[in-house]
Design a binder for this molecule. Structure first.
Ligand code: FES
Length: 124
């Protein structure tokens, strides 16, 4: 039911944890299941230089978050902002239809983190 790539990221998730000196933090809740995702980003010169995630989500949420952190490292904020949940699911070799809603958490929390960073720049 799950691809090998999903199982790999579920069993060995990349970039788990938090960043105490994060430049942006995004939190997203999943209206379907009530699970929560938090993504921390570090930004330098308009590029994401580090990223971590914490989730109270299912295996698919863990795998998609792990994948999204790998996908955005080194990307510009604009490039990261257009990464969709579909793109993350595709990079994992697909997700079962009933688990597609889980991938929203990762992409949306990432976008919230970028917005948080941008809002802080305007205030500063
Ligand atoms: Fe909640 Fe997957 S069931 S994120």
């Amino acid at each position: 039911m799950y691809s090998d790539m999903v199982m790999d990221h579920f069993k060995n998730p990349r970039n788990v944890g938090s960043l105490t000196d994060a430049d942006g933090i995004g939190t997203e809740g999943n209206p379907v299941c009530g699970d929560i995702m938090k993504i921390y980003i570090k930004v330098q010169g308009n590029r994401i230089t580090d990223v971590k995630f914490q989730t109270f989500g299912c295996g698919a949420a863990i795998a998609t978050s792990s994948m999204v952190t790998e996908m955005v490292k080194g990307k510009t904020l604009e490039e990261a902002m257009v990464i969709s949940n579909k793109a993350v699911a595709e990079a994992l070799g697909g997700l079962p239809a009933t688990k597609m809603h889980c991938s929203n958490l990762a992409a949306d929390a990432l976008h919230r983190a970028i917005e948080d960073y941008q809002a802080k720049q305007k205030v500063a």
